[in-house]
Ligand binder design. Sequence first.
Ligand code: GLN
Length: 248
Amino acid sequence: MCRHLAYLGPPVTLAELLFEPAYSLVRQSWAPRDMRGGGTINADGFGVGWYPGDGEPVRYRRAQPIWSDPTIADLAAVTRSGAVLAAVRSATVGMAVLDGAAAPFAEGRWLFSHNGVIRGWPDAVVPLAATLPVRDLLTLDAATDSALLWALVRHRLRAGEDAARAVAETVADVAAAAPGSRLNLLLTDGRSVVASVAGHALSVRAARGSVLLASEPHDDAPGWRPVPEGQLVTATADEVRVRPLPIR
Ligand code: GLN
């Protein structure tokens, strides 16, 4: 169910990240090697967010398979960035297939993605959703669990929480309210990345001033490190830290 990645490091083309690796995100959209919790392909949309310079990111999102989009391959070939977040989506049954339901979700410098599902959606998280301003609920990108998770994380970021705490506390809140949920979140501001590992796989490859976090390794080269379940990763291009997620 969904595959995502985040990259920080020297500028590379989007094609080098999304298309060229042997088990690239594009290949993972039709032949993922590790799918859990249902779903076989990731054909319900995709999105890429990248930072063209020091400013805010640019996004390209579509509600169709990444392999059938006529534009993304050309765009990816000529677009370079040192900070990228991308995802391919397998919609949870009953959830809308719209451009706005595809990650990355965004505000200001932030880009966000969710790989997983909220169990008991939406009833299980009504009390949590009620802690958000009504305006936030009325302006969700889509009526999906992932869009609500972004609203919950964003609410904490707006209140001044640091990214690691915003992700960790949101995972803890939702896991307590909706046990059995799969909550692999990915958040970046283009300088650092935070990722939770809660229900799905995540691997990290850190090398020579770059870091790549991905649902599945992109190739069989050495250097990929699987992150154990129940961990929170915080990374910059130069440093990767892993610590346990809080449990309530
Ligand atoms: N449940 C989310 C959605 O439908 C994410 C799905 C996923 O991880 N496959 O958009």
